[in-house]
Ligand binder design. Structure first.
Ligand code: SF4
Ligand code: MSK
Length: 631
């Protein structure tokens, strides 16, 4: 039976998305929403997490109904639903942790190439931050030559990926109480690759067959991501490309220009996209674009590599996860240049429907049918120039009759690194904490993560952000929530008018929005660091703070890893839809309740953004009361 196609209004809250969905339908272009309909209903066993493919005695599946005969209650090896669900979830978390952390490792390799003189395309742009981070990690950083310090920092960061440490380097940023708790629970992350490898080992047939024990290690694996792999990615990106500072930019599909060569950068790592942007700003390539009749070159961002460039370079954002296909449908994109993660394979086919060049740049993220440039630190700028030239040449093939740019861009404010926040506060957290104590800011919620076509695009991301700021709860945004909040007008200082009276007064005084853009997915580590700083300042644990996290429209393994490290760090975390764990009562109870007793925080699942706001509000209220503050 074919289900009736949903209206474009049901699929997204945005006019730019709706217009492009209509155009895609008219032009016969298939999108993620079409494929979701084809995939629905999903396999119940897989949704519940009770399928196992970990060996070839299977695959096995566990019946959700407990039968009298006990049939289909255990896999061939004897694993029950609890074991299978926990193993699957553990591997899911390991996948996400690997994605963020391998991204972090790529930054170490770039820093190493700088130190060893293998590249001149990259440089240490923030010497002060390099010395500060090095000193924090115990390296003698004061008087020695910069490259000697940088070399030691490279070694220090690589060591975090190995097996010889008792705990990863940046863990010292967490409050002492938290670290003691992790130690007691066997959750202290020792090495990024070690925890990921051990997760894979534990979930092999015949290893860790105790669901809670498997989940403890899943938390440890995620903590290695949040407090090491991602944190290294963030800190080294700042050192190489600069610490973000507040600036203005624009967002939505209106950032594409009818008269410019339009290049979209997509993926996560700024290593390639920074070079594309630098090449696109070179006079000879701008002249080449003009020779083709364009007025210049626009570089726009998609997903998190867009966030990285938005934070540091102020580039405009074309869209978030579910806008990636639709951006090409405008017919106005000469090239989509990707690195890795969250890049739908369908982009190859959609680009093929237009004049768009789909260009891959990472050996670990090749797409059949794409144009590939193998980019490394030694050849990055040279290859970036070739890519931009290719985009310029493609402009001649653009069909103006197929171009539709549906909206005008909206203004957004970006660049809220922790350094920028501290700077805005005059160098100390005290004014911020005073506002929290006075109740002007009742608390903070980080809204992070993706889009998922199962949810009307950005309805929950935006609905939750609006509901929280109305209650004087400041929102911190990263990842794909950024463009959502930006399009809703929440990332400008004027949005203070949408906030409750206390938050409104603070934002107006500081000239900042009530929703602060703090970066990409790996930059959630900035938020963990900030939690550590605030907890240390107050002399409490992170779980005592009036804070929460939410991923209302998440889809990815990486988002699950972020949620897991947030909870394990003591941050109550809302998810708009559940992971595939509901087939195990034990695992579900642990995630929703049991973790509270262990780590002082748990997950909550709630699809309705207003009810989610109630849950987060209640949490903040309780934490404020416990700190002796008015709720
Ligand atoms: Fe089946 Fe056990 Fe093999 Fe999984 S590990 S496929 S449950 S026999
Ligand atoms: S890009 S992980 S869709 S936030 Fe970081 Fe967006 Fe989610 Fe990817």
């Amino acid at each position: 039976m074919t289900r009736e196609q949903r209206s474009v209004e049901e699929l997204s809250i945005w006019e730019d998305a709706r217009s492009m969905l209509r155009k895609a339908r008219a032009e016969g272009v298939e999108t993620a929403w079409d494929r979701l309909e084809q995939q629905t209903p999903h396999c119940t066993f897989c949704e519940l997490g009770t399928t196992c493919r970990n060996c070839v005695m299977g695959p096995c599946r566990i019946s959700p109904k407990a039968t009298k005969s006990g049939k289909l209650q255990r896999g061939v090896c004897g694993a029950d639903a609890d074991v299978i669900v926990a193993r699957n979830f553990g591997r899911f978390i390991a996948g996400g942790s690997a994605g963020h952390s391998d991204h972090g490792r790529d930054l170490i390799e770039v820093l190493e190439a700088i130190v060893e003189g293998e590249t001149t395309d990259y440089a240490i742009r923030d010497e002060a931050k390099l010395r500060r981070i090095a000193a924090e990690l115990g390296i003698d950083a004061a008087e020695r030559p910069l490259m000697d310090v940088a070399r030691d920092l490279v070694d220090e960061c690589y060591s975090d990926f190995g097996s010889r440490r008792k705990s990863v380097g940046f863990l010292a940023r967490a409050p002492e109480k938290r670290r003691a708790l992790w130690e007691k629970l066997g959750m202290t992350p020792r090495g990024v690759d070690r925890e990921i490898a051990e997760m894979m080992h534990r979930t092999h047939m015949g290893c860790d067959n105790d669901a809670p024990n498997t989940l403890i290690h899943a938390a440890r694996c995620a903590l290695a991501d949040g407090w090491s792999g991602s944190m290294i990615g963030t800190e080294l990106s700042d050192i190489i490309f600069g610490v973000p500072t507040p600036s203005m930019s624009t967002a939505n599909l209106g950032i594409l220009k009818k008269d410019t060569v339009n290049i979209l950068v997509h993926g996560h790592n700024p290593v390639v996209s920074e070079m594309i942007l630098a090449a696109a700003r070179e006079p000879q390539l701008i002249a080449a674009a003009k020779a083709h009749g364009a007025s210049g070159i626009t570089v726009g961002g998609l997903c998190c590599t867009g966030n990285e460039l938005l934070m540091r370079q102020g580039i405009p954002m074309a869209g978030n996860h579910l806008m990636t296909e639709l951006a090409i449908v405008t017919g106005a994109v000469e090239a989509v240049v990707v690195d890795y993660q969250c890049i739908m394979p369908s982009l190859v086919q959609i680009a093929g429907c237009y004049h768009t060049r789909f260009i891959t740049t990472a050996g670990k993220a090749r797409f059949t049918g794409a144009i590939h440039f193998d980019i490394h630190p030694h050849n990055a700028m040279e290859e970036a120039r070739k890519i931009v030239q290719m985009a310029v040449d493609a402009f001649a093939e653009r069909d103006p009759k197929r171009v539709e740019i549906p909206v005008e861009p909206v203004r957004i404010m970006t660049g809220f690194s922790n350094e920028a926040i501290l700077n805005a506060l005059g160098g100390s957290l005290t004014p911020l904490l005073d506002a929290v104590k006075a109740g002007s800011i009742r608390g903070f919620v980080a809204i992070v993560g993706c889009n998922n076509p199962k949810i009307q695009q950005d309805s929950a991301n935006v609905g939750l952000a609006k509901a929280l700021i109305e209650r004087d709860i400041m929102v911190l945004a990263t990842g794909c929530v950024t463009t959502a909040a930006g399009k809703a007008g929440l990332l400008v200082p004027e949005a203070a008018s949408m906030a409750g009276p206390g938050l409104k007064a603070v934002c107006t005084a500081l000239g900042i929005p009530p929703v602060l853009h703090m970066g990409s997915c790996v930059d959630n580590s900035r938020i963990m660091h900030l939690c550590g700083l605030i907890a240390n300042e107050l002399g409490v644990d992170i779980s005592d703070l009036p804070v929460g996290a939410s991923s209302p429209e998440w889809y990815s393994e990486k988002a699950a890893a972020i949620g897991m490290y947030a909870v394990a760090s003591g941050v109550y975390t809302h998810l708009g839809l559940p992971p595939n764990i509901l087939g195990s009562q034990t695992v579900t109870d642990l995630a929703l309740n049991g973790l509270e007793g262990l780590v002082g925080a748990s997950f909550a699942v709630e699809p309705d953004p207003l009810k989610a706001a109630d849950l987060l509000d209640a949490r903040i209220r309780a934490k404020r009361e416990a700190l002796g503050l008015k709720p």
